[in-house]
Design a protein around this ligand. Structure first.
Ligand code: SAM
Ligand code: CA
Length: 248
């Protein structure tokens, strides 16, 4: 079962082929330039295959864009991450990016309410030869996180966590993940610019789902900026990703 979150609704309302809605950059040509020049030439063939397969799926706007996948791979390598987690898998572009960047004995715990979505990309993930690094668990992430923090061994055990699921739960996820990620470890919260809506007046015209979740994203952004347990950096990549390095 899949929860119909904001990005899914965006897909239904706007359509999924318009590049302009995949990026916060003001020019499609500039974004295409970045992809053509710096991203696609070095994209792993299985990532390319997964991306092209996902493009045909009706909810493809949910997919992590290729440039953001590249950023995730770079971050994982820079911090030498070994034990990682992802909340919100869909067909697996960010998951495959993560698994490819991890060392051969690295792990990614992948949580999603929909096994169906995960299984769409699974044959390609298997072809990439990295499936042994993935531990997929089906179900809502919050109870799974609660289960994880019951075990003291999991506290401070994760080097990197990527959160890309239901935006109205991010603060709940944060309160759990902060104990699971190690000091010096990294959390990435995705869609923190929420289609640019975080910076427009409350009464500006906007699509219903944007309006419904916008308050949660604004609240998260304010909260992260004053949370003394993390040091943050918000990047305008994809729909905005906020990196949080745990410092205490
Ligand atoms: N990271 C993915 C990628 O690279 O393509 C995109 C993830 S998509 C934006 C959001 C995903 O979150 C969907 O697959 C949806 O099924 C999942 N999801 C929604 N609510 C959830 C919840 N409460 N717990 C776990 N997964 C959830
Ligand atoms: Ca996303």
């Amino acid at each position: 079962m899949a929860i119909n979150n904001g990005e899914e609704q965006q897909n239904q309302i706007i359509g999924h082929t318009d590049l302009a809605h995949k990026t916060l950059l003001q020019s499609d040509a500039l974004y295409q330039y970045i992809l053509d020049t710096s991203v696609f030439p070095n994209e792993h063939p299985c990532l390319k295959e997964l991306r092209e397969m996902t493009e045909k799926h009706p909810r493809n706007l949910m997919a992590t864009p290729a440039d953001e996948g590249q950023l995730i791979r770079m971050l994982i390598k820079l911090i030498n991450a070994k034990n990682t987690m992802e909340i919100g898998v869909y067909t697996g572009y960010s998951l495959l990016s993560t698994a490819l960047a991890l060392p051969s004995d690295g792990k990614v715990l992948a949580l999603d309410v929909s096994r169906e979505y995960y299984e769409l990309g699974l044959p390609i993930i298997e072809k990439a030869g990295i499936a042994h690094k993935i531990d997929f668990r089906e179900g809502p992430a919050l109870p799974l996180l609660d289960q994880l923090i019951q075990d003291e061994n999991n506290k401070g055990a994760f080097d990197f966590v990527f959160v890309d699921a239901d935006k109205d739960n991010y603060l709940n996820y944060h309160e759990r993940i902060i104990d699971l990620v190690k000091v010096g470890g990294l959390i990435g919260y995705d869609n923190t610019l929420w289609f640019g809506s975080v910076a427009v007046p409350d009464d500006a015209p906007m699509l219903d789902f944007v309006k419904r979740l916008r308050g949660h994203v604004i609240e998260l952004n304010k909260y992260l900026a004053k949370d003394s347990r993390v040091e943050i950096c918000q990047l305008p990549v994809g729909d905005g990703i906020t990196l949080c390095r745990r410092i205490s």
